[in-house]
Each structure stands twice: as C-alpha cells, then as structure tokens.
Design a protein around this ligand. Structure first.
Ligand code: FEO
Length: 400
C-alpha cells in the first residue's frame, strides 16, 4: 500500500509515474511525475479530492481498498484535465452513491471529456463550503491555473490547501513531503515554466485569494506535499513578478556554421560586458531547459539560417513554443544568415506576437558573416547591455 497520512484522517492516495517522459505529447518530464489524490475521512462524511491519470487507475483503487473505503460521499474535482479527472468514471462506478463536487464550468467539461452523467454532479460556487462533520472544505474558484475551470480546495481545520496543478512539480518521488529543496525547486520551476507561465498574470491578479489565509500544507496534484508552504509561495512571488534578470537566451540552429559563428561572436560580446548568456542549439536542447531559462531572462535572440525562404523548421517550432509560453521577456533580437532570399526577420517576428517585447535591430548576414556583420553583433551586444542596465536602474517593485 502506498497511501500515507499527511495529518490525522487526511491521506495521500495517488500514484507515482516513474517512467513518464512527456506530458501533453509536448512537455519533457525528465524526472517523471506523480498524480496526487487525497482521501479525507470526516466524522460524518468522507471525500476524495481529485483522481489520477487513467494509466494509474489501479494504484488509486488499491490505495482506497487498503484504507477500507467501502462508501464514498463526495468526489471533488478541482480540474478537468485527464491526469486528475481521468479516473473519475471508474471511481463513480465503484462508488455509485458519490456526488461529484465541482464548479459549473468544470461540470460542462467533465460531461464533454469523460461523458459523466449530469445527475452525478453537486455544484459549488466561490467561497461555498462542504462539511464532512469535523472537517470543512472551502472552494476557491481560481480560473486559469491551467485551464479556465480550475478551482482550489481548502481544508479549514487542518489548514491544507489542495490547489491541483498550481504550485506543482513534475517530480516522481517516494517522499510524501519535500525533502530535497534544491531538486524540488528545479522541478517546480520547470513545471511553472512549462505549465503556469502563460497564466502568470492570472496568478497575480488572484493571489489575494490566498493571502490572509493560514496555510500549513500545500498538497498539489503533482510532486511532493509542501509542509513549508512559503518555500513555493515565495518562488511563485519571484517567478510571476515583473523583475527580469540580466540574462540573454540565444536559441539557434546552424546548418553550415554561419549562424553558429554569429552566435559565438554575440555570446563573447555579451560576456565581455558582464551579461549572462545561454546559447541553446535547438538540434540538441531539451526545450524544457529553454522554458526554464525564460522564467527570468530579460532578452531573447533567435538565430536561424534561411531554409526555403523562411526560418529553419526547428526554429519555427522553438519560437512557437516561446510565443505560447508568454515569458516576461522585455527584448527580442533576430540574427541569421541567408543564401539568396526570403523573409527571415518578418517571419520570426510575426511568430512572437504574444510577447510584449521591444524588437532589436536584426543582424542578417548574406552567406558567411563579414566584418560589418560582426560589428553589427557588437552593436547588438552593447544595446542589450545598455537596456539591461536601464532595467536594473528602473526596477519595478514586486506586487505580490
Ligand atoms: Fe496536471 Fe492541467 O493537469
């Protein structure tokens, strides 16, 4: 049996997925993940908070069996995505008396995604509560901490926040609680970059719903339980803030070494000026590493050769991910090389429409970079250095 008690009568009953390496067939998971579900045994009623990915349905069922759960009053769904909701049909089949407790938007999605019959639902609104006798669950509607229907559940007596995806980490671990802050921080930052960063402003605008509430534990639906909640809350305060760091990211592809020579020159020019720089050769990079770096960086410079009148397809893929993740970058540059023609700058710039960035003067070489191209790269490095220095001088104070 894997179930473990967090506090009296509150149990982790989820599953560990040691082998999963991709989420949504897109996001790399180098450390696997967990699907956390929680069983609450009240004096009068009991409840299950979220389920697990259907591939691990048997683990959840076995945990409930081992705990002797023969009847279930409430199944609470914080989020309709299938890694948490996918085992709802199986749980409802095993416990036909259970009411499926969620908000109206989530209900609609569960009916569409999992074909859950309407009569199974018990709807809740912002601030409403559900009593298990000696345990009171409060529901906090918190849209867009991953999808539009997301909500958080707060257990008042034990002061446990169950935020589903929010604050999670894709980290397969046998630890119930966080025991390795360094490793957890890295996993949580990767998770934030890949899952939550597009919703940075939604998190900030709703943060007040968490303030003033005593939280002793944060029990997410991925990764270890935080018994020191400030650890992850402070990390989110930093990641979602407007503050950017003196860092430049250079995702690039080079076919015949022209672009790689330009990247090497720009990298050296930035280092000489005291600017941190990270080149990412997209033919070799885990895109998750680029995503993590985008949490903090002030500037991105995309480097591409021209291929069939446009950017290299791997650049197009990487840039579309950058655009989708909506990092808080302030500046973007484009460097590249072409043989006979095409639209490199316009195409890449057009793919960055979600970003609120100032575009720097591009540097595009015809064939092998010449002296004038290297001079232009020096100028780009100097411009970045000056702009970063101004950002530092006009730092915006943290707002949450
Ligand atoms: Fe862990 Fe949005 O699912």
């Amino acid at each position: 049996m894997l179930s473990r008690e967090i506090v009296k009568n509150v149990y982790w009953v989820g599953a560990i997925d040691w082998d999963r390496r991709l989420f949504d067939e897109l996001i790399p998971l180098p450390d696997g993940t967990t699907y956390n579900a929680y069983y609450l045994k009240g004096r009068e009623k009991n409840a299950l908070i979220d389920t697990v990915d259907p591939v691990k349905e048997n683990d959840l069922m076995e945990n409930l069996t081992q705990l002797g759960v023969e009847k279930l009053d409430y199944l609470i769904c914080n989020h309709a995505e299938q890694d948490h909701s996918g085992s709802i049909p199986a749980v409802l089949a095993r416990y036909p008396e259970a009411k499926l407790v969620t908000n109206s938007k989530c209900k609609t999605m569960l009916m569409e995604l999992l074909l859950v019959p309407e009569e199974k639902f018990q709807l809740v609104n912002e601030g409403e509560t559900l009593s298990l006798g000696d345990k009171t669950l409060e529901f906090i509607i918190f849209p867009w901490v991953h999808w539009p229907e997301t909500m958080l559940t707060y257990l008042r007596e034990d002061k446990i926040l169950f935020p589903c995806d929010l604050f999670g980490s894709h980290l397969a671990t046998s630890d119930l609680f966080m025991t390795d802050p360094g490793r957890t921080y890295e996993s949580a930052k990767r998770y934030y970059a890949e899952i939550m960063m597009p919703f940075r402003n939604n998190i900030k605008t709703q943060w007040s719903k968490l303030e003033g509430r005593e939280i002793k534990y944060i029990a997410c639906s991925h990764g270890p339980v935080y018994d020191k909640p400030e650890f992850i809350m402070n990390a989110y305060r930093d990641w979602t803030s407007e503050t950017v760091k003196n860092e430049v990211l250079i995702p690039y592809v080079s076919m015949h070494a022209s672009v790689s020579k330009m990247v090497a020159h720009l990298t050296a020019a930035l280092i000489r000026r005291g600017v941190k720089v990270i080149p990412f050769n997209l033919t070799k990079t885990d895109l998750g590493e680029l995503a993590i770096a985008m949490v903090d960086a002030a500037t991105i410079v995309v480097g591409s050769p021209m291929v069939l009148a446009g950017p290299h397809p791997q650049i197009a893929y990487g840039v579309s991910l950058v655009n989708a993740l909506r990092p808080k970058l302030k500046y973007a540059g484009i460097i590249g090389s072409f043989g006979w023609g095409g639209k490199l700058t316009e195409t890449i710039a057009g793919m960055l429409g979600n970003l609120k960035v100032e575009l720097l003067e591009p540097v595009i070489a015809k064939g092998h970079p010449k002296k004038s191209d290297y001079q232009a790269l020096e100028q780009m490095a100097e411009t970045i250095f000056q702009k970063h220095r101004n950002l530092e001088a006009n730092k915006i104070p943290q707002t949450i």
